[in-house]
Design a protein around this ligand. Structure first.
Ligand code: PEP
Length: 241
C-alpha cells in the first residue's frame, strides 16, 4: 500500500484536485492499495469525489476515538467513519501519541473500535532519536507492539516510522530499515505464524529516495506525509512501487 497522510494541510479543493489528478496519473495495481488520509473535515467531500469519478483510491482517516459514543467534544468514532465509507485509519501516529498523550491502553481501545467496525488499522510505531542512539530500538518497538493480539493480524498493517525521520528530511538508511522491518516481521510471526503482515515504511519519503526504500527487503509499501501532497510526486512514487 502507498498512503498519503495530509496531516493538517490542504483545502477541500486541493484535495479534490489531488484525487482527480492522482486517479488519472497512477497505473493502478489492485495488489497495491492507494490510500488518502485527508483531514477529518474533508472525509465526506473526498469520498464524494472518489465515488463520482469511480477512482480506485481508498479513503483513510487520520483519527478515530477510543470510545464509541458520549461526551467527547470533537470526537469522531468508527460509525462516523463508516458513514463516510472510510476503509482505513491511522492509529498510533507519533504526532498523536505525542500531542494527545496516547498510551498503549488508549491505542488498544482505538484498535478494538476500528477492527470491530470493519475498518483496517494502519498501526504506526517508531522510536525517537535518543532510543536509536542508545541502541534500544527493538525493545522500544516491542513495547509498542505488545498491545497486538494474534486476532488483530487480519485487520492491520504496520507502519514503521522512526520519529527522527518524520518531516525532517532524514530518512533511515537501507540497512537500518531492512533490519527493523525484519525484526517487526519476526515479532509478528511469533504472534501468529499463519499471517504475513505488511510492514510499510514512513519518514521523509520523497521521489528521490522512494525507489531505494521500496527495494529494501521486507518493505511492503510507504506512508508519506509532506511529499505526498503534490499529486504529480505522489503519482510518480505510486507508479514506481
Ligand atoms: C507521516 O506523515 O507519517 C510522515 C512520514 O511524514 P513525512 O513523509 O513528511 O516525513
Amino acid at each position: 500500500m502507498i498512503v498519503s497522510n495530509w496531516k493538517m494541510n490542504g483545502t477541500k479543493s486541493d484535495i479534490e484536485h489531488w484525487v482527480n489528478k492522482v486517479s488519472n496519473k497512477i497505473d493502478y495495481k489492485s495488489h497495491i492499495k492507494c490510500i488518502i488520509c485527508p483531514p477529518s473535515c474533508y472525509l465526506d467531500s473526498t469520498r464524494q469525489v472518489i465515488s463520482k469519478i469511480d477512482s480506485p483510491i481508498k479513503l483513510g482517516s487520520q483519527e478515530i476515538d477510543s470510545t464509541n459514543s458520549g461526551a467527547l467534544t470533537g470526537g469522531i468514532n468508527a460509525q462516523m467513519l463508516k458513514d463516510f465509507s472510510t476503509e482505513y485509519v491511522l492509529i498510533g501516529h507519533s504526532e498523536q501519541r505525542d500531542h494527545l498523550n496516547e498510551d498503549n491502553i488508549t491505542l488498544r481501545f482505538k484498535l478494538d473500535s476500528a477492527i470491530q467496525n470493519g475498518i483496517s488499522a494502519i498501526f504506526c510505531i517508531g522510536e525517537p532519536a535518543e532510543v536509536k542512539l542508545a541502541g534500544n530500538t527493538e525493545n522500544f518497538l516491542s513495547e509498542q507492539l505488545e498491545i497486538l493480539t494474534p486476532d488483530d493480524l487480519d485487520f492491520i498493517t504496520i507502519a514503521y516510522e522512526p520519529i527522527w525521520a518524520i518531516g525532517t528530511g532524514l530518512n533511515a538508511d537501507k540497512k537500518y530499515i531492512e533490519s527493523i522491518h525484519q525484526f517487526i516481521k519476526t515479532y509478528l510471526n511469533k504472534l501468529n505464524k499463519e499471517k504475513n503482515i505488511s510492514v510499510v515504511y514512513g519518514g521523509s519519503v520523497k521521489l528521490e529516495n522512494c525507489e531505494d526504500i521500496l527495494s529494501c527487503n521486507n518493505v511492503d509499501g510507504l506512508l508519506i506525509g509532506g511529499a505526498s501532497l503534490d499529486p504529480d510526486t505522489f503519482s510518480k512514487i505510486y507508479n514506481i512501487s
